[in-house]
Ligand binder design. Structure first.
Ligand code: NAD
Length: 551
């Protein structure tokens, strides 16, 4: 792409902007495009198909310029990756407000979105790409680890030891799968069409080995399973061919899922198209390519359902593959559930979700100190302790050192305040930026994923993420974003993000306390409203007021 160059976030305690909130936004934008972090940085693509950090390189330069000169009572407005205004606000207001990929309902289709994108009028922001809080594959690792732990439990096992998981997609998010399976002591076969993605995951120690072919993958998997050894195996092939082939062979697979970029049919390689021809083919005739991709997804999902009928645990991992397969002609695509109703919703009822932070210093020692602080703050949470210890040992940092752990309402603000104290007293060498994925308990409406099968049928109600963004704006977040189409594709989701900076100041402490209390409380409220008793009990416990339950 024109203007492409290599970007890395500033490090250390010297400011390049007029305050830490502005500096934090600048560093996190840069960090999203660090070649260690982004999947395709030249194209400004961070992860998730074409999830971008800025619309084009000219826009990137303009955002950087504006952030460098932005005052502490000004707010920069970003419209789908392009800076469009600077407004006089006040010091409690966010320094940046972002709206990405939003379209009016009837126009919210991939063809219309692509037309507008080609005109240079919009960009796809995914979730944390366009909102500048992507931290590399670790960002999804704990969620994936939790999900596979829940799968083991559902299978009546203590771990995945002695089982084989079959999945596909080793991209920015999908690349977490092999490590999450081996952290749960299982064996994984991960199918990927792009050999460079397999190499990248091996280099980052997320994936153990690459197999020569299907037979080799299966033989190695069975051998490791029988020896009770955890192992992840990359297989260079097309999932639309391999998953049906393994089913036909009667392969002993226990768990099946998928994280190819199925949400965008142009980002799923159809069977019969060579990897090297992918870009040219989709450009030549996007509509025909979409049809071929959907037909392949139909075969792929039909085989997943076949595995389910043969007794495997099968779930959709949030990429919309069931909906695309249905469009491709496979009527029974929704035979297996999405991962949120199957495993994650009880956590959402307590406002629990992917809380994350990054050290603006660039010093891994700062993250080690915050890890220890988390362990001290929550001494009785054995699961959290196991996760932090394992992450310290096995997670390779990409870009600015960062950490993720799932915390809920009543917990997050305590972590934020502690980090702020540690910045203030010099325990940490520079401020910490605290954010989360949009895939959180109260920040997203996505009927094929986070809000699938809500108890009251409110799956498609999108008032919640909008209220979430407004609440975070009103509570003092450093930057707030509203996106459309992340995770599952255009027309299928609306979601919001927030990032708040712990710079050690008393003002930051006040903001952190409010934002990190109110943001997860939105998740509790949303689930109380949808009729989840566990959320109602939790709201009472935490003293979260629910107006319709009063009086
Ligand atoms: P990505 O674009 O970085 O990676 C997708 C990978 O799939 C690519 O490496 C691509 O080569 C590969 N692929 C495409 N077609 C294939 C085929 N037919 N066979 C085998 N491999 C194929 O995307 P990502 O960031 O890894 O995200 C993957 C999907 O998961 C997306 O749809 C994303 O929206 C969704 N997602 C899920 C979660 C979650 O929590 N489950 C979170 C975020 C995103």
């Amino acid at each position: 792409m024109e203007g492409a160059r290599e970007v890395r976030a500033h490090r250390g305690s010297e400011l390049h902007a007029k305050g830490w909130p502005q500096e934090a936004a600048l560093r996190m934008l840069q960090n999203n495009l660090d070649p260690e972090v982004a999947e395709h940085p030249d194209e400004l693509v961070v992860y998730g198909g074409t999830g971008r950090a800025a619309r084009d390189w000219r826009s990137f330069d303009a955002i950087v310029r504006e952030l460098e000169s932005l005052e502490a009572d000004e707010t920069l407005l970003v419209q789908s990756g392009r800076p469009v205004g600077v407004m006089r606000t006040h010091e409690w207001a966010p320094r940046v407000l972002i709206a990405n990929s939003n379209l009016v309902g009837d126009w919210a289709t991939w063809p219309e979105f692509r037309r507008l994108e080609a005109e240079g009028l919009t960009m796809y922001g995914q979730m944390t790409a366009g909102s500048w809080i992507y931290i590399g594959t670790q960002g999804i690792l704990q969620g994936t680890f939790e999900t596979f732990a829940a799968v083991a439990q559902k299978l009546g096992r203590e771990s995945l030891a002695g089982t084989i998981t079959l999945t596909a997609g080793l991209g920015g998010m999908g690349g977490a799968q092999p490590l999450a399976v081996t952290m749960n002591d299982g064996v994984a076969i991960c199918v990927e069409v792009d050999r460079s993605r397999i190499a990248r995951r091996i280099e980052h120690r997320y994936l153990d080995v690459e197999a020569e072919d299907v037979a080799d993958a299966l033989a190695r998997a069975i051998e490791a399973r029988d020896a009770g050894r955890a192992l992840s195996i990359g297989l260079h092939a097309n999932a639309a061919d391999v998953v049906p082939a393994l089913l036909a062979m009667g392969a002993p697979i226990d768990v099946v899922t998928d994280q190819t970029s199925a949400h965008d049919p142009l980002a799923y390689l159809p069977s019969g198209v060579a990897f090297d021809d992918w870009a040219a083919e989709r450009e030549r005739d996007p509509a025909a390519f979409t049809e071929r991709a959907r037909a392949s997804m139909a075969r792929h999902v039909e085989a997943m359902v076949g595995f389910q009928r043969a007794g495997a645990e099968v779930f959709d991992y949030g990429n919309s593959i069931r909906a695309e397969a249905q469009l491709g002609g496979f009527a029974d695509a929704f035979a297996f559930p999405g991962f949120v109703p199957a495993y994650i919703r009880p956590l959402f009822c307590e406002g629990k979700g992917p809380f994350r932070w990054a050290a603006l210093s660039g010093d891994p020692e700062d993250i080690r100190r915050t890890d220890e602080a988390i362990l001290e703050l929550f001494p009785d949470d054995a699961h959290l302790h196991r996760w932090i210890r394992m992450a310290q040992e096995r997670v390779h940092f990409q870009g600015l050192p960062a950490r993720i752990c799932w915390l809920g309402a009543g917990e997050r603000h305590r972590a934020g305040l502690r980090f702020n104290e540690m910045v203030a007293d010099g325990t940490l060498s520079a401020p910490i930026v605290i954010g989360r994925d949009h895939l959180d308990s109260g920040s997203v409406a996505s009927p094929y994923r986070e809000t699938e099968a809500m108890r009251d049928g409110s799956d498609a109600i999108a008032d919640w993420p909008l209220l979430n963004a407004l609440v975070n704006t009103a509570s003092g977040a450093s930057w707030v974003s509203i996106h459309h189409g992340g995770g599952v594709g255009i027309g299928r989701s609306i979601h919001a993000g927030q990032v708040t900076v712990a710079d050690g100041s008393p003002l930051a402490a006040e903001k952190l306390e409010r934002v990190l209390s109110n943001d997860p409380a939105m998740g509790v409220i949303r689930h109380v409203d949808a009729g989840y008793d566990e959320a109602e009990r939790f709201a009472q416990l935490q003293g979260i007021p629910i107006p319709m339950r009063r009086g």
